[in-house]
Design a protein around this ligand. Sequence first.
Ligand code: PGA
Length: 250
Amino acid sequence: MKNKIIAGNWKMNKTRIEAEQLINALIPLVKGTKNTVVICVPFTDLCKAVKLTKGTNIHVGAQNCHWKESGAFTGEIAPSMLTELGVEYVVIGHSERRTYFGETDATVLARTKAALAAGLKPIVCIGETLEERNSGNMEKVLQRQVREGFKDVTEEELANIVVAYEPVWAIGTGVTATDEQANDAIAFVRSVFADMYGKEAAEKLYIQYGGSMNDKNAEGLLNMSEIDGGLIGGASLVAEKFAAVVNAHK
Ligand code: PGA
């Protein structure tokens, strides 16, 4: 089994002062882990986060980036603006971006390619809604998100990507997928990648689970064979809870 990549997705939470408190509390709690620890913070917290985590085992990520390097795109942030700060990861295509901000598989692909070109590691999110799952369309939706969202991604680039499988019905709802549901869906996603890139590349690919993962259920999820880590929202806002997720896998 690989070591895990545990990423906190703070979403639109934590002012700069709150971020400082959370990071300072987190640093000693996760320093002994073998897992990779990432915190994906709001743009306004990035500078602070990079500075505070320097010399620690915590990596910093953003929550979005644009597909162009500069230009007339009011409100957007270019990948190089992130790398210049020392940011290493970026969440792309989160379901909240897809639902509220019109992200499509095509914009997800464009943002992913731009992030890779700048040297960022994208955490690309996919996942089905409850309606899609209940109507028997889960595999179809996941298949489309992977085939369209990774259409122009090369095998070399895939090695720098983390995929987050996040069933939309489990995000922020307190309803977690069971260990088996998460494992089965990720096994399916991996099989699609195997079809596109070959078995070896698909096996190496990190695929996280996300959706109401917390200090209580992390151990079970992280011990499943297909689950290579977690993308954690709500529970990443409390240092002790996030640290417990990080430390749930030894
Ligand atoms: P949640 O969010 O842990 O609060 O469900 C996960 C996510 O959206 O990445």
